[in-house]
Structure formats: C-alpha cells, structure tokens
Design a protein around this ligand. Structure first.
Ligand code: ATP
Ligand code: MG
Length: 200
C-alpha cells in the first residue's frame, strides 16, 4: 500500500519589508555573479530551521504536536540579517546567502529542538552544525563569485514570533511553499497565563 508523503521543513517567515529588502540585496548581487544563477523568488525567501524531506502525511499532526511541546517556552526574538556569503566557498559557490548577524543563537537552539521533534517521527538527526543563512540564489554548476566587490546589505531587522511548518511542492517552475502550521513562540508568563487561565 502506498502512503501519502509530504516534503516538509520548518522555517522562519520574513515580514514583507524585510523580504523586500532582502530581494533588493539579491538584485544588487546580479552584477557580481555569473549568469545562470537560479534566484529565489522574493515570495520564497525564508530562513530554514530544519529540513525533514518526505514524511508520512499521517505523521504530520504528531510532528506538529512534538514541535509545539519542544518550543515551549522559547520566547520571541530579534533577527538581523547582514553580510553576504557563499557556500561552500566563493571560489566554487553553490549557494549565495545573506548572513544572520543577530538571532543566530536562538535559531540554533530552535533548530536543535525541531531536530529532536523530527527524530520522534523517525527523521534522521542532523549531523552537521546548524548554520543560519538566508539563501538568495543557487548556482549549477558551482562558480566563482566576486562577493568582495559588492556592497554588503545593511542590517535588515525584524521580530520573530512564530515558527512555520511548510510543505514544499517542487515543480519544474520552482518550489512552492505552503504553510501547514504556525507555531507561536511565547514568553513563559504568556504560556503560564494560557495554561492556568480559569475557564470562564
Ligand atoms: P529546489 O530544490 O527546487 O531548488 P527549494 O530548495 O527551495 O527548491 P526544497 O528543496 O523543498 O525547496 O527545500 C526547502 C528548504 O529546505 C530550503 O530552504 C532548502 O535550502 C532546505 N533544504 C533542502 N534540502 C535540504 C537538505 N538536504 N539539508 C538541509 N536543508 C535542505
Ligand atoms: Mg532544494
């Protein structure tokens, strides 16, 4: 019997202003990189926390429950994007990214919790250290990029109040991300207030 699977990942969404500014930073990069870069469309810009790949659709509610439990109580935090980089190197770049100057530690902490939540439905644990970055474009084949000649974008800052579980639908026209669940981050006091609120 074949089972329905969904390709899913957890990520942070960019508020529209931050998204526009990140898209502008990507535009400015075009002068300094080879042709043929596949740029991430502005509506798809996001900060990945944990990629799970294909999971059994029937496990998704359980995954959401586990993730919610693990995220309690992680408070909202600030992210600031700054600086440009390439992976694995500027001499042979596959991915061009905007760096995370502020919020790295919080994102790494959340990524660990989501990794544990994913493991509880049988997803293999991440072995590589978490590296927060905002992917702007991808190169195939890898190529040299002259990032040093480009002006790095100034700080793009925003507040993070939720983690989103996305389904990724791949097609020849590119990926489409569909939010499946929004998991709010909470101050301990808020969470306690919610937990112990008398029912009226
Ligand atoms: P495409 O693969 O068509 O370029 P995409 O990479 O945007 O599209 P997905 O491959 O579904 O879409 O990836 C969703 C998110 O998860 C992206 O941020 C991607 O960088 C990240 N991701 C994908 N595969 C992995 C992986 N093996 N390890 C870590 N992160 C991954
Ligand atoms: Mg991909």
């Amino acid at each position: 019997m074949s089972r329905e699977t969904l390709r899913v990942f957890f990520a942070l969404e960019l508020p529209s202003e931050a998204r526009e500014r990140a898209a502008k930073a990507a535009q400015a990069l075009r002068a300094g990189v080879p042709r043929g870069v596949r740029w991430v469309p502005p509506e798809n810009l996001h900060l990945t926390l944990k990629f799970l790949g294909d999971v059994d659709a029937a496990q998704v509610p359980r995954l959401i429950g586990r993730a919610e439990a693990k995220l309690w109580p992680v408070p909202p935090f600030e992210v600031e994007l700054a600086g440009l980089g390439a992976l694995p190197s500027v001499r042979s770049a596959r991915v061009l990214w905007l760096g995370v100057r502020k919020g790295n530690r919080e994102m790494a902490r959340i990524a660990r919790k989501l990794d544990a939540a994913a493991a509880s439905i049988g997803v293999e644990r991440e072995r590589r250290p978490f590296q927060a970055h905002l992917t702007l474009g991808r190169l195939r084949p890898p190529a040299r990029v002259a990032l040093e000649r480009l002006e790095a974008p100034r700080g793009i800052a925003f507040g993070v109040e939720e983690v989103i579980l996305y389904e990724s639908r791949l097609s020849p026209d590119g990926a489409r991300y569909i939010p499946l669940a929004r998991l709010p981050l909470m101050q301990v006091e808020d969470a306690e207030a919610r937990e112990f609120a008398p029912e009226i």
